[in-house]
Design a protein around this ligand. Structure first.
Ligand code: GLA
Length: 743
């Protein structure tokens, strides 16, 4: 199958269900023509290339009054010569000028998809019919070359874009802005769906109609951030989970980003995605090149569930480390909320032993195992075991845990440094600060200069040694503060604006070196919970700690919001003790598990303190999860009831197996209502003509009935937990299995 069709000056990228068209315009630059439902391949599209002159708008030349760059949809918009929208790139020449004309030169088509060298990127190891188009553009004055790359993943309806700048001139230039993608759409009748929040309440859905002017989400924190996420969606106002048109966008990047949507005076919509131009600049000497991160674009007319599913499929097949993509993720216990900094080997082993008896497969030792780390004021950077707590060393602890038949995992926060550390005594210049200015603390800690190759080497040697000595199976890589006073002594003055991006390149390099040297180690990324929950991290760390908030009700919202842009196999989800440490809320153990099942299940509490009844319940939960693990981690995920809409009181979702014969659904009732209305749960993703048995029901039901008429949900709940507990925060879990033949 040909995914990329080229006719003279017309490029047509086809996926199974979408078409993406652009062409060479009269001025030699590229113009966007169409992105939407699949079109027949044609030699020309005269209806798409029509234009008319608009008033008070510059034309390209005196004798081309009809061709006005500012009235055209651009493919990689430039600034300063008639298009007044925010541009996709901007180049500063040595004479101070900022005009460039990226004129079409040639193209090439490459089978499959090559990985980028220094950045996380998509790939096509399975030869899944992917094709890559590289279009070369050149500015005749500066000899700057820009290569726009488009990879078509036809079966996931995804197009991956990036740009590469090559200075083929003999003068240096500076890139003031170098975004990954620009998509100009012909109208503005869309809602913007963004996933916004804060620490402990990440990725809440916010849906607003587009308005005239610029609206954007972004980060200047040196991380993709808790506050905004690079994943966004444009959907028609009437689009819902099950039907309607939507475009999904994301970035394979973990640093400062900008997702900007501009509605102009002609009601066209320009979507820009890439490294945030604020705090960015790149000095490009002759013969040097600059590669942008990759942007993900996806189109569907099948609703938001379909959009999330096809993008998630693309990541699972073409972004996540193939070794882990389909591999069952272990049920883990993490000691953080159970012990915080207060532990010793005896306590840890008691937890590990008890957890093992309950069925847990991986023991993770969190913060506090190194240096003199008894609170968060000290020792980051000193990655040597704290012998006061673990006198027999990490290796011994690891052997004991392995001896139980469990895997052993360890927490690191590689990118950080405490003032009270040997590392700081030895390398004060490795701490990120601006000379002559104070260094701003956050959580009592400071950031290491990951743009300095010596720092990356040091961390690699240290962590590599511990992985080998302690036989680690898993690493939780945390990152608990954002970057302030950005500066590096390793770069000259005219390259200081490169720091934020070079920092990320250093992080990626460390990840790449560690994952290559230790391919068996499962990495989980973390940044005070979900502060770096993005596709850049996903390329190295197949799972991520979704949020520091383990309260089941908050987690329902966080996981629901996160599911729009990320598959559930990426979401670390733990059951913790009550009252919850973040919200003080008391929810039933069954509800905590019923939320955490829909991700990579873990427990984060001192199981030795649990009652016999609780232990029995946890054991049952783990057995249940293990039975349905593939479904929970890899099944097709459908959102049903949205806890961000209406009275925000109900949430529900379902995971369905690839053959559509098995499913688990859950419905969460946040607060109970007196004398409530009737409620039905309409399932998704089943086979209409198949009969299913639903747990708790005696009569098999057809898929059509389950999906269209729905299951009756009893509302008259009584507290089953005793007089002192509430029946609020309940969850109903439904297991749905196909049944054949006569019963
Ligand atoms: C961050 C993480 C937590 C835990 C602590 C340890 O907050 O998100 O899960 O690891 O750091 O200090």
């Amino acid at each position: 199958m040909m995914a990329i069709l080229v006719q003279t000056d017309l490029f047509h990228l086809q996926t199974d269900h979408s078409s993406y068209l652009f062409h060479v315009m009269a001025n030699g630059e590229l113009g966007q023509l169409y992105y939407g439902a699949k079109l027949h391949a044609q030699a020309a599209y005269p209806e798409l290339t029509q234009s008319e002159p608009h008033g008070a708008t510059p034309a390209w030349k005196l004798d081309t009054p009809n061709f006005q760059p500012g009235s055209e949809k651009q493919e990689y918009g430039s600034f300063g010569k008639g298009d007044f929208r925010d541009p996709a790139y901007q180049v500063l020449a040595p004479d101070g000028s900022r005009i460039s004309e990226l004129v079409y030169r040639d193209y090439r088509i490459i089978a499959g998809k090559q990985r980028l060298t220094d950045l996380p990127s998509t790939f096509d190891d399975t030869h899944d019919d992917a094709e890559t188009l590289v279009v070369t553009l050149q500015d005749a004055v500066s000899q700057l070359v820009v290569e726009l790359a488009y990879t078509v993943f036809p079966h996931q309806d995804v197009i991956v874009r990036s740009s590469r700048f090559v200075n083929q001139g003999d003068q240096p230039v500076v890139l003031n802005r170098a975004l990954s993608a620009d998509l100009d759409l012909p109208d503005a009748d869309y809602d913007l769906l963004q996933f916004s929040g804060s620490w402990a309440r990440e990725r809440h859905l916010v849906r607003t109609p587009l308005r005239s002017g610029i609206q954007s989400v972004g980060s200047l924190r040196g991380a993709s951030s808790h506050q905004q996420n690079p994943g966004i969606i444009l959907a028609r106002p009437q689009t819902n989970e099950d039907q309607g048109t939507a475009y999904g966008f994301n970035l394979v990047y973990s640093g400062n980003f900008l997702d900007q949507v501009e509605v102009d005076h002609l009601r066209t919509t320009r979507v820009l995605l890439g490294i945030n131009p604020t705090e960015f600049g790149w000095y490009l000497a002759p013969d040097q090149d600059f590669q942008t991160p990759e942007a993900i674009l996806s189109y569907t007319d099948g609703g938001l569930n379909q959009l999330s599913q096809q993008m998630g499929q693309c990541y699972q097949q073409h972004l996540v480390n193939p070794r882990f993509a389909q591999q069952p993720r272990p049920v883990l216990i993490n000691n953080w909320e159970g012990t915080y900094f207060d532990f010793d080997e005896t306590k840890l082993l008691a937890i590990a032993q008890q957890a093992h008896d309950l069925g847990v497969e991986l023991f993770v030792l969190d913060d506090g195992w190194f240096g003199k780390r008894n609170d968060d004021t000290t020792s980051l950077g000193d990655w040597d075991v704290n012998l006061a707590k673990l006198p027999q060393g990490l290796d011994h602890l690891s052997q004991q845990v392995h001896g139980l038949g469990m895997q052993f995992g360890l927490w690191f926060e590689p990118e950080m440094i405490s003032l009270a550390s040997h590392l700081y005594d030895q390398h004060p210049d490795w701490l990120v600060r601006t000379p002559g200015r104070q260094a701003t603390p956050s959580r009592n800690q400071f950031v290491l200069d990951m743009a300095n190759p010596a720092v990356v080497d040091f961390l690699f040697t240290k962590i590599d040694g511990i992985i080998k000595a302690a036989q680690l199976d898993y690493i939780k890589w945390d990152m608990n503060r954002n970057i302030t006073e950005a500066f590096t002594p390793t770069l000259p003055a005219n390259r200081q604006l490169e720091f934020m991006h070079r920092y990320m390149l250093g992080v990626y390099q460390l990840y790449a070196r560690l994952t290559q040297a230790h391919p068996q180690v499962l990495f989980e990324s973390c940044a005070s919970g979900g502060g770096r929950f993005d596709l850049g991290m996903m390329a190295y760390a197949p799972q991520a700690w979704t949020s520091d908030d383990t309260d089941a009700i908050e987690r329902l919202r966080i996981q629901y919001g996160t599911s729009y842009a990320y598959p559930q196999a990426m979401m670390g989800a733990h059951v913790s003790a009550v009252p919850n440490d973040q919200t003080g809320r008391i929810t039933p153990l069954s509800t905590r598990a019923a939320v955490a099942y829909f991700g990579d299940l873990g427990y984060e509490l001192d199981v030795t303190q649990c009652s016999a009844e609780e232990k029995a319940q946890i054991k049952e939960q783990i057995t249940f999860y293990q039975q349905h693990r593939e479904l929970f981690q890899q099944g097709t995920f459908y959102r049903i009831d949205n806890p961000f809409t209406g009275d925000r009181n109900v949430g529900s979702w379902i995971v369905v197996s690839a053959d559509q014969r098995h499913a688990v659904a859950a419905r969460y009732q946040i607060l109970n209502e007196p004398n409530p209305a009737y409620s039905r749960l309409k399932l998704r993703g089943l086979l209409a003509d198949q009969r299913y048995l639903v747990s708790g029901r005696e009569q098999p039901l057809y898929g059509d009935e389950l999906m269209h008429a729905g299951l009756f949900i009893p509302q008259q709940l009584q507290s089953t937990m005793g007089v002192e507990q509430s029946a609020d925060f309940s969850a109903q879990l439904l297991v749905i299995d196909a049944v054949d033949g006569q019963l």
